[in-house]
Design a protein around this ligand. Sequence first.
Ligand SMILES: Cc1cc2nc3c(=O)[nH]c(=O)nc-3n(C[C@H](O)[C@H](O)[C@H](O)COP(=O)(O)OP(=O)(O)OC[C@H]3O[C@@H](n4cnc5c(N)ncnc54)[C@H](O)[C@@H]3O)c2cc1C
Length: 429
Amino acid sequence: MKKSGHVIVGANVAAVGAIEGIRRHDTRSPILTISYETLGSYSKAMLAGYIEGATPEWLEYRGKGYFERMGVECLYGRKVTGLELEKSKLLIEGGEEVGYKNLLLAVGGIPFKPVINGADKKELIFSFTEFLDARQIRESLSKFDSVVVIGAGFTGTEIAYTLNKLNKKVSVIELGDRVLVKALDPRSSGLAESLMREEGIDFYLNDTVEEIEGKKNISGVRLKSGKSIPCQAIITAIGVVPNGQLMSNTALNFNRGLEVDEFMRTNIPNVYGAGDVVKALDITDGQKRPLPLWPLAYQQGIVAGANMAGAKYPYAGGLPMNSLKFLKVPILSAGITTPPDSGYEGIYFNDPKGSFYRSLVLKEGRLKGFVTIGAIDGAGVLTGLIKSQLDMSELKEALLYEKRIGLIRLPREWRNKIFTRRDETGYHD
Ligand SMILES: Cc1cc2nc3c(=O)[nH]c(=O)nc-3n(C[C@H](O)[C@H](O)[C@H](O)COP(=O)(O)OP(=O)(O)OC[C@H]3O[C@@H](n4cnc5c(N)ncnc54)[C@H](O)[C@@H]3O)c2cc1C
C-alpha cells in the first residue's frame, strides 16, 4: 500500500489553499493530491473563454510546475472510489490503496442534472461544470446552430452569453420568474435580463423543459407551457450540489454538504473538508450552508491545511459575492440581495441618467448585502461594511446615491476597522 502524510482528494482551488496552508507550518511532510481530472488546478471562471478559443494553459491557476515546486506528488486522471476511515486509507479505481495521516476532501460540487423525457442516448446534451464539459462543448460547436440552456443562474447566463457571441441562437429556460435569482434583487435582475435580450438571447421564465424532441438527434424541446423551441443542443446549468459520492456508507456527517467544524475538520478527527463540498459559515446570517465560490474555497483550504499541519486556526466565515463580468456593464453583488422578511430593509437607487443602479439590504442599520451595476468602484467599502457590521443608518443614503463611494465618506475610526480585518490565518479575507 502506498503511504503519504497529507492526502488531498481533489486538485483544484480548495486543494491549492490547503497545500499553501500546510506548507506554512510543515515544509517537509509528503503531500499527495488525487484528481480524476487530467488538469490540476484551473480557473472555472475562465471555462467560457476556453470555449471561445483560449488554450488549456491559459486556465491554469498557479502556473506550470506549481505542484512540484510545493513538493506535492500528483495522481491525475485517477478516481478515488472508497474511503476506509477506520484504517486511514482510501481506494483508487483499479484497486490501488493509499494510506494517510490526514485526509482532506476537496472534491467540489457535482452538477444537478434534471431527468427529462427524451434525453436517452442523445448526443449534444452537456453540463457546464468542469474542463471536460467545456472541451466537449468546444469540440461540438460545428455540430449545432441553436441551443437551449436550462437555468438562468450564474453559469447558465455565462454560457448563454458566450454561445450567443459565437453566433449560436440561444434560448434560456428558467423555472423561476427572473434571471440570476440568487445573486440579484428583482430590479437588477430585470436590468441584467434586458442587457442579455439586447444581445439577442431569448428567455422563457416560469417554464421548464418537459421533453426533448427528435428521434436520433435533438430537434427541439417542448416546454411545460406547451411552447416548442427548435434546437440541436442542450446545456443544463441549474447549479451544483456538494459532491457526497464518497461519503455515502461512511461515518462522515454529510447532509446536503459535508459538515465541518470551525477548524474545517469533519466528525472524524483526521479528516478535513474544504471548498464546494462543505457547508461553511456565511457571515451575513451566521448560518452554515454550501457557498460554491472560488475565493471562499481557497480560504477554507488554507484553514484546513494549516490545521492538518498541527496549527489551530479557525475559519472566520465567508461572504457570498458574485461579479458578472461578461455583460457590457459590470454587475457586482454580495451577501443578501433581496430582503427575506420584514425584519430587513431594502432600498435602491436607479440613476435617472441611467449610468448606475445600486440596492442595499440592511437589518437594524447594519449592511447585509448589496447590488451595484455600472459603478463598482465603491464595492470594497460596501463589502467592508458587511464584514464589520457597523451601524451605518446615518450613512445609508450617501452610500446609495453616490456613484463613486470614497473612503472619505466614512468616519476615520471606521476606516481601520473595515480595512485591517484579517482572519486568524493572517490572510486578508
Ligand atoms: C463555469 C463556472 C464558472 C465559475 N465562475 C466563478 C466566478 O466567477 N467566481 C467564483 O467565485 N466562483 C466561480 N465558480 C465556482 C468556483 O469555480 C468553485 O467554487 C470552485 O472551483 C470550488 O473549488 P473546489 O476546489 O472546492 O472544487 P472543484 O473546483 O470542483 O474541484 C474538485 C476537485 O475534486 C476532484 N474530485 C472530485 N471527486 C473525486 C474523486 N472521487 N476522485 C478524485 N478526484 C475527485 C476533481 O477532479 C477536482 O480536482 C464557477 C464555477 C463554474 C462551473
